[in-house]
Design a protein. Structure first.
Length: 81
């Protein structure tokens, strides 16, 4: 676990140590950003899979006509209406 410094402790730390601490924090931030991007990409892929699964599931059930008295929608070609 990283050490948590107080303001008083940071006031007595020399400049080179502060620079090293700052550079280390930058590296940690870059690693966290990379992990966050990876997780975001995975979540986007999962959301796309869910959308496709729902379209597939609802597409099949809605394509069936439950009542024969219903009038189906016409799949007209773009040229004829």
């Amino acid at each position: 676990m990283a050490m948590k410094y107080t303001e008083e402790q940071l006031n007595i730390v020399d400049k080179s140590m502060l620079v090293q601490m700052f550079l280390h924090q930058q590296e940690q931030l870059e690693q966290l950003n990379d992990k966050l991007k990876s997780l975001d990409d995975k979540m986007q892929a999962m959301m796309e899979q869910i959308v496709l699964a729902n379209k597939n599931r609802f597409g099949r059930s809605s394509a069936k006509m439950k009542h024969t008295q219903q009038i189906p929608f016409c799949s007209c070609k773009s040229g004829s209406q």
